[in-house]
Design a protein around this ligand. Structure first.
Ligand SMILES: NC(=O)c1ccc[n+]([C@@H]2O[C@H](COP(=O)([O-])OP(=O)(O)OC[C@H]3O[C@@H](n4cnc5c(N)ncnc54)[C@H](OP(=O)(O)O)[C@@H]3O)[C@@H](O)[C@H]2O)c1
Length: 330
């Protein structure tokens, strides 16, 4: 497994981040233990969780199975409810108790909410860092302006900045390409991309016009059913393309996300040990620029930016963006 620098922190993490949202629901503690052991054996140390997963149960399971392994891991968790000073300062203590650790490596705001106060939030996050309860802080699902605004506040006050934006990114959900990915590249913000397999839609087990697979999240996720009815034809072409290249759809889906130089680590969810190896193997396969164009065209999911799309190079052409930033001395 490759390692990558996490933002501009000098800390290196595995390129694959393990998503634990299914621990405690579709995956019990014993299976979670085997998954974590296999991850460590194969060089995966970056673990993502959240206080709200299983209403704390996922963190509790991690607390049990991390015993004796904590120092090997780069552990991220997220503020539970609300986005204010109290929820941050109380939330971190509750998470640390469930996780049975003194600190997390990364503490994230889970979702922005209307009426939130960025000054108060950045001050509270900085307090978490100065108390030694988190090494770094970040956010999930922040629009680019809010991340820039929050970090301007942090810079003015000498507080810890947000070093990471965790966002949904896959071949179907591409809104972040407009502002968030270019911002991350320009500012050295880590992008951890969740839902790279579209909740399993791109693993080959969901087929257009066929019954939903037994014992899958599709049985209960309205979102997967909607996506399948909306993009079923693209999903079929995606699966056939993978077959023609003698790779798995999982490999293709992950390679598509990794193709963006703005992505630090895709966060891949697994429900069982048997799913994990396919996921790990996916990180050893790259998509050529030509194949990237072909596969992307299977889905009509490109998001149009404002400004009459007069500056597509700022979004699509990452090498050119990099060159321009270099010329500007950034
Ligand atoms: N910050 C946020 O707001 C946010 C939101 C959502 C998720 N996340 C994070 O991102 C992680 C990943 O998200 P996600 O689980 O929703 O999406 P995902 O990684 O796109 O999909 C994971 C699902 O794909 C299926 N799968 C995985 N490997 C497979 C394989 N080899 N063969 C067949 N099926 C396979 C499993 O579904 P089945 O269980 O049906 O088999 C698994 O639950 C979460 O665990 C969480 O840590 C963060």
């Amino acid at each position: 497994m490759n390692t990558v620098e996490f933002a501009n922190t000098g800390v290196h993490v595995s390129e694959m981040c393990l998503g634990t949202m299914m621990f405690g629901s579709r995956c019990d503690a014993a299976e979670a233990d085997r998954i974590l052991g296999t991850c460590l054996d194969q060089g995966i140390n970056f673990i993502d969780t959240a206080a709200m997963y299983g209403n704390g149960e996922t963190e509790r399971i991690l607390g049990q199975i991390m015993k004796g392994r904590r120092e090997k891991l780069f552990l991220a968790t997220k503020v539970h409810k609300g986005v204010d000073r109290r929820s941050i300062l109380e939330g971190i203590d509750e998470s640390l108790a469930r996780l049975q650790t003194d600190y997390v490596d990364l503490y994230l705001i889970h979702w922005p909410v209307e009426g939130m106060r960025p000054l108060e939030i950045m001050e509270a996050l900085n307090q978490v860092v100065t108390q030694g309860k988190a090494r770094f802080v970040g956010c999930c699902n922040y629009p680019a302006w809010l991340l820039a605004h929050s970090n301007a506040i942090a810079a003015r006050n000498g507080w810890a900045p947000l070093v990471c934006n965790q966002v949904a990114y896959n071949i179907i959900e591409r809104g972040v390409e407009v502002e968030i990915l270019p911002q991350a590249l320009a500012e050295g913000i880590a992008i951890t991309a969740y839902r790279p397999l579209v909740q399993g839609l791109l693993t080959g087990k969901y087929r257009w016009g066929q019954p939903l697979p037994e014992n899958s999240r599709g049985q209960t996720s309205a979102q997967i059913i909607t996506w399948l009815s909306q993009y079923g034809e693209g999903v079929e072409r995606f699966i056939r393309f993978a077959e023609a290249r003698s790779i798995t759809p999982v490999q293709l889906a992950i390679a598509w996300v990794r193709h963006s130089p703005a992505v630090t680590s895709p966060i891949v969810g697994v429900s069982s040990l048997s799913q994990l190896q396919a996921t790990i193997d996916a990180f050893a396969w790259d998509l050529s620029p030509e194949d990237y164009e072909t596969v992307t065209a299977f889905f009509d999911t490109e998001v149009k930016e404002e400004g009459l799309q007069r500056f597509p190079g700022l979004r699509y052409n990452f090498p050119r963006l990099r060159r321009n930033l270099h010329l500007l001395g950034m």
